[in-house]
Design a protein around this ligand. Structure first.
Ligand code: HEC
Length: 152
């Protein structure tokens, strides 16, 4: 991943990476990665909500496209939550310390989200999609409530 390359280059120049254990990316890169993923999550929810509310006709291909865009933006998820990413070097993060105090709880919220996400992804008709979608929205909030600092 590009984060690893940057980290390796930084290590060569500044011997910085040695102190950060298993971290693959700089804190800034990790924070930017997870925030871009979350922006894609927001975009996906907007696209899906339009179909859920009937503002747009249900279209399985559009559901798949929204999900694929999210998957692409979030592929690096596992590399973005190292203990050294609680604060950025220059980038602000809204991730709460509770993530690192309760990594098991954070991962459980992630797993709960993923299960709801797969239910939407695997839905094959309008009724299935409309049954699965609200649960997905709840799963976003289920993690944010405990683990994300509000932006204001
Ligand atoms: C497992 C926990 C978790 C789940 C599930 C989750 N989020 Fe987040 N979200 C976070 C955390 C933590 C942050 C703060 C990241 C940071 O600032 O470093 C965040 C930030 C955001 C942001 C702000 C991004 C920015 O530009 O700073 C948006 C928008 C967002 N989430 C939307 C969503 C949506 C929509 C879903 C569901 C489809 C979702 N999230 C699911 C943990 C989660």
């Amino acid at each position: 991943m590009s984060g690893k390359v940057i980290c390796t280059a930084a290590a060569a120049a500044l011997a910085l990476c040695l102190g950060t254990g298993l971290a693959l990316a700089s804190a800034d890169d990790a924070i930017k990665g997870r925030q871009a993923c979350m922006k894609a999550s927001g975009k996906m929810m907007g696209d899906l909500a339009a179909m859920f509310k009937g503002e747009k006709p249900y279209d399985k291909a559009a559901v798949d496209a929204a999900i694929a865009a999210h998957d692409a933006a979030c592929a690096g998820w596992a590399d973005w939550w190292g203990p050294d990413t609680q604060k950025g070097e220059t980038v602000e993060t809204w991730a709460k310390p509770e993530i690192w105090a309760d990594m098991a709880g954070f991962n459980a919220a992630g797993d709960a989200f993923y299960a709801k996400f797969v239910a939407v992804k695997d839905s094959t008709d309008e009724a299935g999609f409309k049954a699965a979608f609200p649960e997905l929205g709840k799963a976003c909030g289920g993690c944010h409530e405990k683990f994300r600092r509000p932006k204001e």
